[in-house]
Design a protein around this ligand. Structure first.
Ligand SMILES: *[C@@H]1O[C@H](CO)[C@@H](O)[C@H](O)[C@H]1NC(C)=O
Ligand SMILES: *[C@@H]1O[C@H](CO)[C@@H](O)[C@H](O)[C@H]1NC(C)=O
Ligand SMILES: *[C@@H]1O[C@H](CO)[C@@H](O)[C@H](O)[C@H]1NC(C)=O
Ligand SMILES: *[C@@H]1O[C@H](CO)[C@@H](O)[C@H](O)[C@H]1NC(C)=O
Length: 357
């Protein structure tokens, strides 16, 4: 009796154990199957690139980790070089393992839109290079966590405007480069970049600088607007820019320069007006530019110049210079009347003759 019961109990418990083991094995099997599937479903392509482990899924950047953290460190920076990888999109938290990076190079990729989540873990970043993508839109708040960012490169993209909240967080940005986009200027367009010193907007097809474009960026030092289609300058357009050292308006379509347009720019040292269609220079166009040291006027069409216009600039070098009767003009204040000046080459001094009325 006892032994029968024992045997029955034994076989029941063995069965139970066997079932448990089986089910455990089964679930392990399914777990392994699942893991295998999920790995193969992602098909992430991981590789070592510029001393980083970089994983891409298709054209989406999945993750970045240090392969050799010493190799990516310079004295000042931890640099992430992710140029030319065909990246179109960046996954949320892709930079989680490289949060202490200070410079990120994403130039020569194929991103068309910058999303808010792209850079939100990179609060140590001081330098961000997004040159030569096809960016046409930047989501509001995309840079909000980049409170240490000093330099932002957006050249060679397809930006035609900036959203109102683009600059959120970028209070300490010093340099903004946006050459070769299709930006149209607007009042208050850069408001919020209160420490900006360099602003490059060359080659954008800009035809007009609306009043108030430079509102809120009083510390601009270098302002580059060359190779655009600007034809007129409102006399108050540069009001508020009291710290500019270099102003490049070369290769535009400027026909006339309003009297006193530069009058607030007392610190201006270099002014480029070359490659325009300036016909007349009145005697007060350079008012306020007493300290100017270089003035570039090459390749214009002067039909009516008052030489006294240059008299207030005590120590200026004018390219390519003016000649009257074959002699270089030195004392501009002593020459009265109107002159027609033509130049036979970009670097050749203008030959001027008096316009008789
Ligand atoms: C940056 O982070 C990596 C990985 O977390 C670490 O190994 C490295 O020491 C850090 N470097 C600095 C300068 O903090
Ligand atoms: C822009 O990036 C593409 C790759 O997306 C590259 O082939 C091309 O040379 C780059 N252009 C310039 C001017 O660097
Ligand atoms: C301007 O940017 C476009 C891409 O938006 C590029 O194809 C072109 O080469 C750039 N032009 C110059 C002069 O760099
Ligand atoms: C005049 O300009 C020259 C060279 O640009 C410079 O060396 C010199 O110090 C300047 N003089 C004054 C009085 O500013």
């Amino acid at each position: 009796m006892w032994s029968v019961l024992d045997a029955r109990e034994f076989s029941a418990s063995t069965l139970c154990l066997a079932v448990r083991i089986m089910s455990a094995l089964l679930s392990l099997y399914f777990l392994l199957l699942y893991i295998g599937k999920s790995i193969s479903a992602e098909e992430a392509d991981c590789r070592v690139y510029n001393n980083l482990y970089v994983c891409l899924e298709g054209e989406t950047l999945q993750s970045v980790a240090f392969e050799d953290v010493h190799a990516v460190q310079t004295i000042e920076d931890i640099e992430l070089h992710l140029e030319n990888l065909g990246i179109t999109h960046i996954k949320e938290n892709a930079f989680n393992d490289v949060r202490n990076a200070s410079a990120l190079y994403l130039r020569d990729n194929r991103m068309s839109k910058i999303f808010r989540h792209y850079f939100h873990t990179l609060d140590q970043l001081t330098y961000l290079d997004l040159n030569n993508n096809s960016i046409s839109d930047i989501e509001d708040g995309s840079f909000v966590r980049l409170v240490s960012l000093e330099t932002l490169l957006l050249d060679n993209n397809m930006l035609s405007k900036f959203r109102l909240g683009t600059w959120k967080g970028l209070t300490y940005l010093h340099e903004l480069y946006a050459t070769n986009n299709t930006l149209a200027l607007k009042k208050n367009m850069f408001k919020g970049l209160s420490h900006l010193e360099t602003l490059a907007l060359d080659s954008n097809g800009i035809s007009e600088i609306p009043l108030g474009t430079f509102n809120g960026i009083p510390h601009i030092d270098l302002l580059y607007l060359s190779r655009n289609l600007i034809s007129r300058l409102n006399p108050d357009v540069f009001r508020g820019l009291r710290e500019v050292n270099e102003l490049d308006l070369g290769r535009n379509c400027i026909v006339s320069v309003s009297s006193g347009v530069f009058r607030h720019m007392k610190t201006l040292e270099s002014l480029w007006l070359n490659g325009n269609f300036i016909a007349t220079l009145e005697d007060d166009v350079f008012e306020g530019l007493e300290g100017l040291s270089s003035l570039f006027l090459n390749s214009n069409d002067f039909t009516s110049v008052k030489m006294s216009a240059f008299a207030n600039m005590r120590n200026v070098t004018i390219e390519p210079g003016f000649k009257i009767d074959g002699s270089p003009v030195i004392h501009f204040g002593k020459i009265h009347g109107l002159y027609r000046c033509t130049s036979s080459g970009y670097q050749e001094p203008y030959e001027c003759e008096k316009v008789t009325k």
